[in-house]
Design a protein around this ligand. Structure first.
Ligand code: G3P
Length: 223
């Protein structure tokens, strides 16, 4: 499973990249609004850090023409830009044209498997079901990921499923088991996934035992 970093913060993206786990980045207008840097140079800087790995950037138009104009501009900023398009009828029309122009798209704000199917049929490169926002309203976000993955498998659909609006470690492992291709993960969640109290207790115990042994024999490691 691929992991994308759900952030527009360059420092956090670089830190996640240093961990060797970042297969791409997703941003959205909310994440970009938290950063001081102007949109274009921010996306270009993130794209440069990621090299040839995909970086999703989103405009704010709601009509097809506006989405197309924004998408063509965003796609020129860097070769690895993927344009995020909202899941609406206008969005689908835009995705269709953009796929003909070989501009990669990530259809966002998906809340049902049917929406994901439509986005894929229109030519989306990625579809992003929002797990956390469904759970927030007492609906099953994981079920949408599972159903989408089953449908895509049944019909050999190429679009990749990005489990998005991921809020806790179980969302990541459950969406991996459900065969999502990708989970896009906020940086803080990566650290929740790394840490385990037994790992920390284990390190402490090894250190203490080593220190005790050092008093009796030479077991230093050259550094
Ligand atoms: O990947 C989409 C994500 O940025 C939205 O997350 O937590 O605002 O629902 P959230």
């Amino acid at each position: 499973m691929k992991l994308f970093i759900d952030s527009a913060n360059l420092k956090q993206i670089k830190e996640a990249d240093a961990l060797g786990i970042a297969d791409g980045v997703t941003t959205n207008p909310t994440l970009v609004s938290k950063e001081e840097q102007d949109f274009k140079s921010l996306i270009q800087d993130i794209c440069a850090v990621m090299g040839d790995r995909p970086v999703s950037a989103e405009g704010i138009s709601t009509d097809t023409e506006g989405m197309l104009k924004e998408a063509r501009t965003l796609a020129k900023w860097a070769p690895n830009v993927v344009v995020k398009i909202p899941m609406t009828a206008d969005g689908l029309k835009a995705v269709r044209v953009l796929s003909q122009e070989e501009i990669k798209t990530n259809v966002t704000l998906i809340f049902t498997a049917n929406q994901a199917l439509l986005a894929a049929k229109a030519g989306a490169t990625y579809v992003s079901p929002f797990m956390g926002r469904l759970d927030d309203i007492d609906q099953d976000g994981l079920l949408v990921v599972k159903d989408t993955a089953a449908i895509f498998e049944n019909y050999d659909i190429r679009a990749e499923i990005i489990a998005a609006s991921v809020r806790h470690p179980l969302h990541v492992s459950a969406s991996a088991k459900a065969k999502a291709h990708i989970a896009t993960v906020p940086p803080a969640l990566i650290h929740q996934m790394i840490r385990h109290p037994l790992t920390e207790a284990g390190i402490k115990r090894f250190f203490q035992d080593w220190e005790k042994a050092k008093q009796q024999k030479d077991i230093e490691i050259e550094r």
